[in-house]
Write a protein that binds this ligand. Sequence first.
Ligand code: URA
Length: 241
Amino acid sequence: MKQRLSHILFSQGFGTRRLCAGLVWNGEVAVAGQVVDDPDAEFETEGLHFTVGGQDWPFFDKALVMLNKPAGYECSQKPRHHPSVMSLLPAPLRERGLQPIGRLDEDTTGLLLLTDDGSLIHKLTSPKHHVPKVYEARCKHPLTAAMTEQLLAGVELKEPEGKFQRPPETTRAEAAEIVDDTLLRLTLLEGKYHQVKRMVAAVGNRVEALHRPQFGALVLPADLEPGQWRWVGSPAEVWGQ
Ligand code: URA
């Protein structure tokens, strides 16, 4: 679909319509290597790449990005004790209102997806869709086959201390593998509050460090450093299609 450049910039999070027109008038926007100084110039949005202030920017109707979440960041928009993961994204993505798809704890590291597509958030977090999430949990005590058997069979999750008590819920791991003496690799199909930590506690061990290397079919790229983000071309990369 063809759209005016100022509207394209507006839809991609570059500020108010006035600010977007200003970026164009100031010669900060280029398409296919050519500076465009007319905010009303029209471009086909499908597959469009433009630069703003020299930075390359692909057009996406809906944004989907991956972040290698470092420890010490909260997934909440209104963090209480640490900076928000949103502070690791550039302003246009924050402006578009991206939200994390599920949450990782402040001390958990690894693959976090963020999008401004509400229906995608719903689909990828709904237990109905069985999207596997892979976690690597460094545990305090040596792991045993009895522990992984229990995790696969199902364990009862207790409410964290200090929380009001809900009826106990049971949950099971889809896969559980002992990688080394104290490193556990778990695949879960749900995303309950502190789920890995509570499951590991339920089998008498304790998570000391938690990392998520995979969400659905998407694996955290080895060259994406902690704190860095990258576009995900399409949700199909997460569904594995
Ligand atoms: N399970 C946890 O306990 N914490 C996370 O951050 C993710 C899964």
